[in-house]
Structure formats: structure tokens, C-alpha cells
Design a protein around this ligand. Sequence first.
Ligand SMILES: Cc1ncc(COP(=O)(O)O)c(C=O)c1O
Length: 322
Amino acid sequence: MLSKIERVSLGFFPTPWQELKNLSDYLGGPRIFTKREDQSGLALGGNKVRKLEYILADALAQKADVIITFGAVSSNHARQTAAAAALLGLECQLILTGKEPEQPQGNYLLDKILGAKTFCVRNREVEDTLVRLTADNLKQGKRSYVIPAGGHTILGTIAYIQAYQEIKQQFPFTLDGIITAIGTGTTYAGLYLGSQLDQNRFPVVGISVGGDKSWCASEATKVVQATLQHLDLSVPAMVAMEIYDEYVGEGYTIPYPQVRLAIELLARTEGILLDPVYSGKAMAGLIDLIHKGRFQAGDNIMFLHTGGAPELFTMHRFLSEK
Ligand SMILES: Cc1ncc(COP(=O)(O)O)c(C=O)c1O
């Protein structure tokens, strides 16, 4: 079904998976596995590389010269897009919301190293900046290709249907849950749709890092419906989405002590680095769900490690608090 969709190679796939035995023992809970999307290879990896393999294949087909995308100054998506554009010999322009850091660090520093042009603007200036950049590019005879924030598109969703199928092929056991962070909701939507096309065989659980539950469900539903239409598929009876917004804390990019504890726990039991914005928050949520009995001893679950480690460095103060 997906093999006919163009894909350009940018990273290392299939990404590996491993068992987190020490973590399971520590929690006294289910068998926990992780799929290492953070090991997808391109410029420190992450879940956007898989999406970009489909999205940038489309950009190449459309003869784009410049890739434009959006995100926060701390965006992993922006960094991975900058790296992908560099690899494909395309220009990259990043419209980033937030103050320009006096001393570039984390993802923003990497955007610079990767040669992207960065434009730090206020939220309300994003649209005008986009119009100006595309017009300037056109004047110079360059065709722009615009990727929505986070790669929240049909092709981004298709990438994670493919990831679901990859898990099924790779993994020898039945899974009682695949758990992922929800930012824009594309990763969740693709995995969920993959599961619905497979009679909900491996149920998918989303943990929001910013939006409330109804916003996440509506964003995910929009791309799910658009993707079904694009692929000319239908699923007669979809199970309801399982999404938690109890672990957002005060908001997107604002971590809290349980996130730090989750990051330290994974580091100290498994030698794996999560991040404070996405995978650390999702892991804090998963640990609480295990404590509350949502997943139990005897279950097999897969935590999708979506990457994000560069932001450990910008949040060094929070991470070194006692
Ligand atoms: C490290 C990391 N994890 C998870 C996500 C969430 O992915 P999605 O936007 O597909 O929900 C992102 C998105 O930016 C991310 O950078």
C-alpha cells in the first residue's frame, strides 16, 4: 500500500528497538521495549527524519530550491529539516518563534551549523515573514516548498503508518500498547491509523506535551481523515483515540520535576538520554500510567523514543536543580 509512495533516503531505517529490562524491574510493571527513532541517524536523529523522507521526496518532485519550515527556536523539526535540506543540496529557511538567543545553543546552534537561514519572529509575524520569503525567493528564480510545523501533513502521517508496519515486522511479540509523545499529533496519527488498518492489533497511546486532549484528538483526526482520503482507504470501525493531557504541566516546553526524574531514571537504569520537552514528558506520563495500573506486569509495551536530546543542553539549569 505505501511502497508506491516516493521516499528519499535521509536516515537509518529500520530504526532499532531494545528491551528496557532494568526499567521494567525498577517499576515492577510490564515488559517495556523502546523503538529508537532518536537513532534515525541524520544530525542527531529524531522522529522527523522518517517524515522528511516522504515530505522531501515530494519537494524534489516539485523541483523545489528552498525548503521553508516553522517551529519554536528550540525546534527539533527545524534542525532535522535543516540537515535534510543540506544533504539534498537545497536551501533551508527556518521561521522560528521566540527571541533570538544571544548565545546559540541546542537545536538553534545546530540549525546554524547546518547552514539554515533563521528568522526569529513573534507569533503574529510568522505569516508575513513567510509571504516575504517566498516572494524574495521567487524574485531570485527560486521555488519555495513550505512544510507546516512539525511536518503535520498527510505525508508525515503516512511515514508513521509505515513506522507501525515496521514495528510489526521487526517485533516478535504482541504489543499491548505503543506509547508516543504528542506535539502536532502527526506521529500519533500515523501510528494510530496504522493500528486501525490492522484491526487495532497494537493499540496506540498518546501523551500530550502541550495541547489539551480535545485539541490533540482533533488535530490527529484531521490528518487521519485526510490521509485515508488520499490513500483511498476506509476503516469501518475505528476505536476511540487514547490520549492523555494530564502530563502537560504548565505548558509546551515547560518541564516539571517528574520530567527530570524520568530523564534521570532512563539515564541511570538504561544509559538512554530522553529530552525535557517531548520524550521525558511522555516517559513521566508512562511511568504514572504504569503506577495507576493502565499497563500491568504481563503486558508488553513499546515506548517510541522520538529524540530531542539537543534541548538537554538549553535546559541545563532545570536539569541540574536538586
Ligand atoms: C523529540 C520529539 N518528540 C516528539 C515530537 C512530537 O511529534 P508530533 O509533532 O508528530 O506529534 C516532536 C515534534 O516536534 C519531537 O521533536
